[in-house]
Design a binder for this molecule. Sequence first.
Ligand code: NAD
Length: 310
Amino acid sequence: MGQIEHIAVLGAGVIGASWTALFLASGRSVAVFDPDKGAEAAVRKYVETAWPALEELGLTERAKPDALRFETSAGHAVDGAQFVQENVPERLPIKHQTYQEIEPRLEVETIVSSSTSGLTLEALQEGWKDPSPFILGHPFNPPHLIPLVELTANAATGASVLDRTEAFYQDIGKVTIRIKKGMPGHVANRLQAAIWREAVHMAVEGVASVEDIDKAMWAGPGLRWAAMGPTTLFHLGAGEGGLQAFCDHFKDTFNGWWDDLGDPRLDDNSIKLLVDGMAAASEGKSPAELSAQRDKMLTAMQMATRPLRS
Ligand SMILES: NC(=O)c1ccc[n+]([C@@H]2O[C@H](COP(=O)([O-])OP(=O)(O)OC[C@H]3O[C@@H](n4cnc5c(N)ncnc54)[C@H](O)[C@@H]3O)[C@@H](O)[C@H]2O)c1
């Protein structure tokens, strides 16, 4: 297969705009379709804002931030693209309609990757005449700064599509995982949901403030988890005996904690408690200000840790 030099981005909201910035930074040209009248200005602004971080990450050597064009339909946007990243709203009819429009215009080896967080590959394959070019490539927000992409393919996916998609994402600096069995939320969102469930439970039970529960995460396990995953870290938690020794020592403790974990619901009461707690924790900083701070820290962390990853 030829190189992927030109990419179509369908839907340029939170996720599509960030993918666009990353694709441009990797030296590709990008065609965008988004029916929102303000989309072009918003995406150009997003790319401009994201560019310094992408430069700092060293992703922009052969890149031009203006190798970008906007099209008036999804069909026109995919013309000449070797790769399509679909980020339209998370609603099955909109996704299906988009695929029906683009399928007849795809070139033979073009790959279509959906960013969907919650829809299954099987549901999204319905309506394709030939679903072989279609795969799930689920990013983590914001995709231009967080490396993870979760890939899902199945028997209807073309023989080389998974390998080619993975190779492409890795080429632009992503870290990929392969989902072997589809589940709502893939892997990473299920992990987030599990952690947040207990955070909400503890806030509702009054164990600590929303701010302190967040602090317990970023100043504690969160920092370790940015270096290594939870099972690897526990492998290091019992000396030379490794994970076997850790499990021998702590299995009753963990089984007891698991039995005790909460099962809260996001309802009016818990949401009010969280929102009030967040208002106190954010000390008047707007979401935009906090996002800018988050992005600076994410960039700095990756710059600091990249040479240490082997
Ligand atoms: N927000 C996240 O944290 C996140 C993370 C990973 C994956 N995703 C997935 O990415 C996809 C997009 O989510 P988002 O958060 O960017 O949503 P969003 O609402 O921010 O963006 C969707 C964009 O699609 C545009 N749009 C509407 N109809 C369209 C059409 N027919 N064709 C093309 N564009 C159209 C909208 O104008 C909007 O700009 C979803 O499938 C979502 O599950 C979201």
